[in-house]
Design a protein around this ligand. Sequence first.
Ligand code: ASP
Length: 342
Amino acid sequence: MKKKILLIYTGGTIGMMHNPDNGALEPFEFNDIYSHLPMLKLLNADIEFKTLLPLIDSSDTNPAFWVRLATMIGENYKAYDGFVILHGTDTMSYTASALSFMLENLAKPVILTGSQLPLGAVRTDGRDNIVTAVEIAADECAGEPRIQEVCIYFDNSLFRGNRTYKANAEEFSAFASPNYHRLATVGVTIHYNDFFIHQSEKKPLRVHKELNDNIALLKLFPGISQNMVRSVLSIPGLRGVVMETFGAGNAPSDPEFLNLIKEASDRGIIILNVSQCKDGGGVKMGLYETSVGLDKSGVISGGDMTTEAAITKMMYLFGTELPDDEIKYWLQHTMCGEMTTK
Ligand code: ASP
């Protein structure tokens, strides 16, 4: 029996073809996907196709878009064995991270992919990305889906989506996952790294549709002014701040800066520390004197979470009814493999 795979097109570079008459890039007719990618017929998959309208450049992604996408997956969950989402690369890691929190108890593959060159370009990377993403989504092991989580498949690598960030706007290897092993590498065969792949507990899927965007991202830099920090921390309705700090979670030891942070956290604003180092490691509060002050000011550690995961996790947690102490607990502990916690 072939696996039923739903291919959801949301926009981005991958869906573009050159118009043969004038050469302009225009959206590709995905209903004809088999005529453009006949090799898809050779896979163990029956592919159906849906478009999430309006098609967007992924720079226009927002929480409302994530809710519509998660809803589409929820409504089609029982009818399909797996989902492949075609998405622009620019914010694909944010969407993958958001979906990982919104699709609780996911037990089927949700694989995002896209391309650096349009599907209609001669050297497109989109063809291989789509074909292999579908092959992985249709794969099984002992009668169960091989992948049971939200992933990004790109340039011969399968990643846990909430561990990735877009690392390259030029090369085909657009994504990196510095703090978590690839789930699979693709060459002559698909080599799954089973130890790192999540196994679902087989509970019913819950689609969470409440996201709260009363959050801010504060990236520290040497010379950051009090005014800027104060302005961010006094945004009306603000519930939480993802603060990107230096190295292993360090920040200026200037008492006035620390006072602003402490005063905001005393007002109930949750401040989550993530590192600006994107290529490995994370926050280790207390390792240096320059993070001890943050700790004393009420800042909590986001460990080795990406900024993308931290932002979407805050939006998700503030959308729940959980009390702040539980939200703080979950920001420091893994919910769906987005951070390393013991
Ligand atoms: N700007 C495009 C997008 O993210 C780039 C891409 O698809 O790679 O939608």
